[in-house]
Write a new protein. Sequence first.
Length: 75
Amino acid sequence: MLFDPMREAFRVDRRGIGLEFKLQTNKWRFELDKINYASNRVNLWHKLLDVNVLVDQARKAAGKMTRAELRIFKN
């Protein structure tokens, strides 16, 4: 069953949601641990109840970046 925001995305324009699925399921052309971000840190925000990207995926991505800070929000 699709939740309301997903249903709305399909209703408005299928290309955007199609691109989103493609980005989430295909291998990226770069490795997260190879990103050069000098002395700055990378801030990642993730909502615990996100049904599209699991919190474990966010943790895995943050773990691959040397200076990443992951903030997980409950609501």
